[in-house]
Design a protein around this ligand. Structure first.
Ligand code: AMP
Length: 286
């Protein structure tokens, strides 16, 4: 069966209803498109776990803050179709903004899903105020539309992954969240749709993000547990043209800041290279 592109919620529901009647299990991979090898790994994982794999491609306006790149975010549906199909997807769900939010002009009228403040007042949530409200709202809508058995999310967006797992638990949403490893270029740069904006020179500068995280991990491995000291090691490894937004250490289990690494810890950062905001992280196992 060649991949089917569906733009309408009702049509997707109808199609999935029939498949469910045939006892097919459904996997969902939510994306904003411009698919790369990171997305493809999620699609392959969903395909290995479920009978039918749905990839949503939707640049979600309500998760962008004022001044961010919503308008210029790359939209490459024809290429996405090929990438999704070659990774095992059966359906691409690519709704319009109007299909997802028929009344977006009246944003204040929209029911939102809001994660706990304590978990969004750190890392990406601190500078991108309201971002995770937009993410949780669209993901909840996608879960309600698709009703998947499983849904795959990447560890690239580690705060998002934690919040979605928590949301599903807190709101009793019947879907299993599958965490998928962060995929990097051979150079070490974390794959991102936004890498398209980077010049060759920017890419070289951006490599120091991964270098800094690796240096932190090595620092821990030679016995440094104090996260302030590890923070300094990270800083000295960042290229001077990187504008650091944050470099934070949180316990993997509860996403709370930690001063000392004595449990599995996530070290995550966001930084600007030129005008491009990039994120990366590393898990320090204890
Ligand atoms: P996005 O299209 O950026 O919203 O990402 C859609 C999904 O792909 C999210 O679950 C991301 O975490 C995941 N993803 C994006 N980049 C990568 C990557 N380099 N490695 C693994 N997963 C990724």
């Amino acid at each position: 069966m060649s991949i089917k592109v569906i733009n309408k919620i009702d049509e997707l529901r109808e199609t999935l209803k029939e498949l469910r009647c045939e006892s097919k299990s459904i996997g969902l991979v939510p994306t904003m498109g411009c698919l790369h090898a990171g997305h493809k790994s999620l699609i392959e994982k969903a395909h290995s776990l479920a009978d039918i794999t749905v990839v949503s491609v939707f640049v979600n306006p309500i998760q962008f803050c004022p001044g961010e790149d919503y308008d210029k975010y790359p939209r490459t549906l024809d290429d996405d179709k090929i990438a999704a199909e070659s990774s095992g997807a059966d359906i691409i769900f690519a709704p319009s903004v109007n299909e997802m939010y028929p009344n977006l002009q009246k944003f204040s009228d929209l029911t939102m899903v809001v994660p706990p403040y304590e978990l969004t007042d750190i890392m990406c949530g601190k500078s991108r105020v309201g971002h995770f409200d937009g993410v949780e709202t669209v993901v909840t809508k996608l879960f309600n539309i698709v009703q998947p058995d499983i849904a795959c999310f990447g560890m690239k967006d580690i705060q998002q992954l934690f919040l979605i797992k928590k949301m599903v638990k807190d709101l009793n949403i019947p879907v299993e969240i599958i965490s998928c490893p962060l995929v990097r270029e051979a150079s070490g740069l974390a794959l991102s749709s936004r890498n398209k904006y980077l010049s060759d020179e920017d890419k070289k500068i951006a490599l120091s993000l991964n270098k800094a995280l690796n240096a932190i991990k090595q620092g821990y491995e030679i016995g440094i547990k104090d996260t302030k000291k590890l923070f300094d090691i990270g800083l000295t490894n960042l290229n001077k043209n990187v504008e650091l937004e944050y470099l934070e250490f949180v316990n993997e289990s509860n996403f709370r800041h930690t001063d000392e690494i004595n449990k599995a810890t996530i070290c995550a950062l966001a930084a600007r290279v030129g005008n491009v905001r990039l994120i990366d992280n590393i898990v320090i196992e204890v």
